[in-house]
Write a protein that binds this ligand. Structure first.
Ligand code: PMP
Length: 429
């Protein structure tokens, strides 16, 4: 009898990566815990890549989804869908974007694609600025703005893209400068890039307030606000990719852009709002959203099941003030991670906000250490903790538990992680 792994490898592509030497099949979840096919329990500090935002099997959400599933799964957007309209009203209100309209998709990739489609139509230009070390999805257009070689299997794209410095000070030629100096240098580069590399109008700049796949790279507060001032001089739209940073995860703000003193022209969302249901979307000012000259439809986008579930999830986030919990638990976790960095030289940098904490692991000479990162992944798994990894070199651990994390769970998971790093670092000496 072939194993699940063998069957997986036979029929699924090799470029679809799996975690762990012995991959895990997760079959059940409850709150912040998940169980594998052999009955082992794990504390989940990755939440299905920041997606099961309020945890598993939350009764209030399960009930809504079950009721909707029993009533109707799909109608298409050719008909009025009440939960879709209600969710759009709520997201438009929460977005902070004036006169906002919402278009629903089924994924983050499709949200990126839509934002780029709208921006290029509005500005009648296919020129786009993106950020180095970014990730925005897997389609041709979203890969065009993805600045991470390990996730870019093609250079083909409909866009003309230029990449700006995006806030990864730790691994930049400007490391060691003050935040203010660093921002001045990046701004100089942005202006220079616009003057030398672009021609005529540029449609938009797309950026993640905190880079997700790139390893929770966190620019200085205000960084993108200063960039937007330059963009505004030329009418270039700013698109905030909130796929990982939205819904209060960063603690300080409901959206990641809040740390930057700006209001974006458009924002994209996905992942957490569906708590596992396939939903994403774009929010834009009406004058921007209405730029498409032809019809456009996503058959599954905003379907009754996904929007009913997302509405229940969003209400849960608000009713339990999970943004405040993300701030409290994130601060608690961060204090321990900073202490770990102070005593363990293999921790190069701790960064992030709220329940989005990245730990960059390095060798003694400061070079990225993906082997140590793999060892930490295996150690934590053996101790019953699921975590994520990212970064250009795969040497950044990503801790991003559900926003419902309790203090006891926060301490338990962080302690398992600390011990795993210390054990793996001691072995690597
Ligand atoms: N934008 C960001 C910031 C992401 O992290 C991701 C997914 N990791 C995407 C877009 C693409 O989302 P999806 O995988 O749902 O297509």
């Amino acid at each position: 009898m072939p194993s699940l792994r063998e069957r997986h490898d036979r029929v699924l592509p090799s470029w679809l990566p799996l975690y762990y030497e012995q991959p895990i099949a997760l079959i059940r979840g409850e709150g912040r815990h998940v169980w594998d096919h052999e009955g082992r329990r794990y504390l989940d500090f990755y939440a299905g890549i920041l997606t099961t935002m309020v945890g598993h099997a939350v009764p209030e959400i399960v009930e809504v989804v079950q009721q909707q599933a029993a009533r109707m799964l799909h109608t298409s957007t050719l008909y009025l869908i009440e939960p879709q309209i209600e969710l759009a009203e709520e997201i438009a209100r929460l977005s902070g974007i004036p006169d906002a309209k919402v278009f629903f998709t089924t994924s983050g990739t499709e949200a990126t694609d839509t934002a780029l489609l709208i921006a290029t139509a509005k500005r009648r230009s296919n020129q786009v600025l993106a950020v180095r070390n970014s990730y925005h999805g897997r389609s041709f257009s979203s890969l065009g703005v993805t600045g991470t070689s390990s996730w870019s299997p093609t250079s083909l794209t409909p866009l003309s893209v230029h990449y700006v410095h995006g806030g990864y000070k730790y691994r930049s030629p400007f490391a060691g400068r003050s935040d203010a100096e660093y921002m001045d240098l990046c701004l100089w580069d942005l202006r220079n890039l616009l003057e030398t590399a672009t021609a005529g109008d540029v449609a938009c700049m797309i950026a993640e307030p905190i880079q997700g796949v790139g390893g929770f790279v966190t620019p200085p507060d205000g960084f993108f606000g200063r960039m937007k001032e330059v963009l505004d001089e030329r009418g270039i739209l700013f698109v905030s990719d909130e796929v990982q940073t939205g819904w209060g995860r960063t603690g300080e703000h409901f959206w990641g852009y809040g740390a930057h003193g700006l209001v974006p022209d458009m924002l994209t969302f996905a992942k957490g709002v569906g708590n596992g249901l396939a939903i994403g979307g774009v929010v834009a000012r009406a004058d921007v959203m209405e730029s498409l000259s032809g019809h456009s439809i996503s058959t599954f986008g905003g379907n009754p099941l996904a929007t009913a579930g997302a509405l229940a999830t969003l209400r849960y986030v608000q009713a339990h003030d999970l943004q405040a919990n993300a701030l409290a638990m994130g601060t608690r976790m961060r204090a321990r991670l900073d202490a770990l960095a102070a005593r363990c030289p293999r921790v190069g940098e701790v960064r992030g906000k709220g329940l989005m904490q990245g730990i960059e692991l390095v060798r003694d000479d400061g070079a990225p250490d993906p082997a140590l990162t793999t060892a930490v992944m295996e150690e934590t798994r053996a101790s019953g903790l699921l975590i994520g990894r990212g970064g250009l070199h795969g040497n950044v651990i990503r801790l991003a538990p559900p926003l419902t994390l309790t203090a006891a769970e926060c301490d338990e998971g962080t302690e398992i992680f600390e011990k795993a790093v210390e054990r793996a670092a001691a072995r690597a000496l």
